[in-house]
Ligand binder design. Structure first.
Ligand code: NAD
Length: 433
C-alpha cells in the first residue's frame, strides 16, 4: 500500500496493520491483572462510553459534492469533560479512534488534570484537497458532530494533520450555532487555537516540550549527559519538530529523521531549526540539503542514544524492534510500540518512556488554555512552561514510583497510576442508580 507524498513521490506506508485497539486492550489487561483492578470498574473502563460515526457531504472546488466519514469516540468522563484531538488521515477508522480515545483517559488521569478521554477524526488525505475544501470538510464535520462536542462536555484539539487553523474553523462553526449571548462563554470548546483567538502561549510546543522534560528526568536518573547525546526522530510535524528543536538546545545531535516523504541521515548532525523551516516550505524532509537520503530500514537501525517516534502507531513491532540500536525510546506519538515490540525492547534492555506519560504535555497545556478561557486570563509563556514542567515531572515521578514498587516496566506502571486514580473516583461515586 502506498501514499502519495506531498512532493508527488510514492512512499511506502509504514503504519503497522495490527489492531491498535487490541494493543490498548492488552496493555489494559496486563495492568488490571497486576494491580487487581476491581472487576466492575474494569468492565466500565474496558468499553468506550460513546462511539459516534457521522457521514457528511462537502462541496469541492469544482462544484462536485463528496461524502466523508468522521468519528468521535468518547471513552470516559469520570474525571472531567471528554478531551482529545482530531486527526485528518486516510487511515482514520473506528478501531484506531477508540484506541486513541482510551489512551486519552489514561493520559489525563496520570497527569492529574480534570479531563476524561476522547478522540476523533475524518478519514481523508488532506494533502489531496485544497485549503478551501479542507475548510468546508472541517466545518461540515463540526456541524455533523453538533452538540456531541461542547466547552464543558467534549473538547477537541489538534492531532495529526490538524492545527490551530483547523481549530479556528471548528470554533467559528460551533459558535455560529450558539446563541449570540452565549458565544463569548464558549471559546473553550476547542484548545490548540491560535493565540489571537484565545489559544495559550506554549500550546504549540507543549507536546514536544513534555517529551523533553521526561527525557531530562530520565537523563538525571541514568546520570546521562544530554549534551553528548545523539538521537533520531520519526515524524517531523508538530511533536517531532518541537522535540528536536528542544533537544538541540541541550546540545544533543540529531543524526537521522524520517517522515512521510522519506528519511535522511547525517552523522555530523542535522540542524533542527533549519529542517523545520525546510519542512514548512517543502512539505517534508525529503531533499533537505544537509542530509543524505536513507531507506526505512537504515533509518530504524541508525545507532543513537535516543529514538523519538513522533508519527503514527505500530512502528516498533516484532519485526522492527530488533533493528533499533538505542538506549531510550521516548514516545512522542500515541501507540508507536505494539505489545510484541514492547517485549523485545524490554528483553534488549531499551528504556521506554511510554506515550501516556511522555506525550501528555499537549493535553496539560490544553487544560491551561481551557482554564485561561474560562477565567478570561492570558498567562505568560514562562508561567505556562513552569506549570507544565511541574506537572510532567510529578507524573514522571508517580510512574517511576509505581515501576519500582511493583518491579514492572514503565508502560504497565503508567497504566497502574491511571487505573488507581480512576478506581478511587469510581469507588467514591459508585455507579448510578
Ligand atoms: P503532525 O501532522 O504535525 O505530524 C505528523 C508527522 O508524521 C509528519 O511529519 C508526517 O510526515 C509524519 N508521518 C506520517 N505518516 C508517516 C509514516 N508512515 N512514516 C513516517 N512518518 C510519517 O502530527 P503531530 O501532531 O505531530 O502528531 C504526531 C504524533 O503525536 C501522533 O501520534 C499524535 O497522536 C501524537 N500526539 C500529538 C499531540 C499534539 O499535541 N499534536 C499530542 C499528543 C500526541
Amino acid at each position: 500500500m502506498c501514499l502519495t507524498s506531498p512532493t508527488g513521490g510514492r512512499v511506502p506506508v509504514q503504519a503497522g496493520n495490527a489492531s491498535v485497539y487490541d494493543n490498548v486492550t492488552r496493555q489494559f489487561d496486563n495492568a488490571a491483572e497486576l494491580m487487581g483492578l476491581d472487576d466492575s470498574i474494569r468492565r466500565i473502563l474496558a468499553t468506550p462510553a460513546n462511539e459516534i460515526t457521522v457521514h457528511f457531504p462537502a462541496k469541492m472546488d469544482d462544484g462536485r459534492v463528496e461524502m466523508f466519514t468522521g468519528y468521535r469516540v468518547q471513552h470516559n468522563n469520570a474525571l472531567g469533560p471528554f478531551k482529545g484531538g482530531l486527526r485528518f488521515h486516510p487511515d482514520v477508522h473506528l478501531d484506531e479512534v477508540k484506541a486513541l480515545a482510551t489512551w486519552m483517559t489514561w493520559k489525563s488521569a496520570i497527569a492529574e488534570i480534570p479531563f476524561g478521554g476522547a478522540k476523533g477524526g475524518v478519514q481523508f488525505d488532506p494533502s489531496k484537497y485544497s485549503g478551501g475544501e479542507i475548510e468546508r470538510i472541517t466545518r461540515r464535520f463540526t456541524w455533523a458532530l453538533g452538540q456531541n462536542i461542547g466547552p464543558e462536555y467534549d473538547i477537541p484539539a489538534p492531532d495529526v494533520n490538524t492545527d490551530g487553523r483547523i481549530m479556528a474553523w471548528i470554533l467559528d462553526t460551533y459558535l455560529s450555532a450558539v446563541s449570540p449571548q452565549d458565544r463569548a462563554r464558549c471559546i473553550h470548546v476547542v484548545t490548540g487555537k491560535p493565540v489571537a483567538l484565545g489559544g495559550s502561549l506554549g500550546r504549540d510546543k507543549a507536546t514536544g516540550q513534555g517529551v523533553i522534560f521526561c527525557i531530562e528526568e530520565w537523563a538525571k536518573d541514568r546520570d546521562f549527559d544530554l549534551a553528548k547525546a545523539t538521537y533520531t526522530v520519526q515524524g517531523f510535524g508538530n511533536v517531532g519538530s518541537w522535540a528536536a528543536r528542544l533537544m538541540d538546545q541541550h546540545g544533543s545531535r540529531l543524526v537521522a529523521v524520517e517522515d512521510v516523504t522519506g528519511a535522511i541521515s547525517n552523522p555530523g548532525g542535522i540542524d533542527a531549526e533549519k529542517l523545520t523551516k525546510y519542512v514548512r516550505e517543502n512539505g517534508g524532509v525529503q531533499g533537505f540539503p544537509d542530509g543524505a537520503p536513507i531507506d526505512h530500514e537504515s533509518f530504524l537501525s541508525t545507532e543513537a542514544d535516543i529514538f523519538i517516534p513522533a508519527a503514527l502507531e505500530n512502528q516498533i513491532t516484532e519485526k522492527t524492534a530488533p533493528m533499533l540500536r538505542v538506549k531510550l525510546v521516548a514516545e512522542g506519538a500515541n501507540g508507536p510500540t505494539d505489545p510484541h515490540g514492547d517485549v523485545l525492547l524490554r528483553k534488549s534492555g531499551v528504556d521506554v518512556l511510554p506515550d501516556i506519560m511522555a506525550n501528555s504535555g499537549g493535553v496539560v497545556v490544553s487544560y491551561y488554555e481551557w482554564l485561561q478561557n474560562k477565567r478570561s486570563e492570558y498567562w505568560e509563556l514562562e508561567e505556562v512552561d513552569r506549570k507544565l514542567h511541574e506537572k510532567i515531572v510529578s507524573a514522571y515521578r508517580r510512574v517511576r514510583a509505581a515501576a519500582q514498587e511493583h518491579d514492572i516496566d514503565w508502560r504497565t506502571a503508567a497504566y497502574v497510576v491511571a487505573l488507581n486514580r480512576l478506581q478511587s473516583v469510581y469507588r467514591l461515586r459508585g455507579v448510578f442508580p
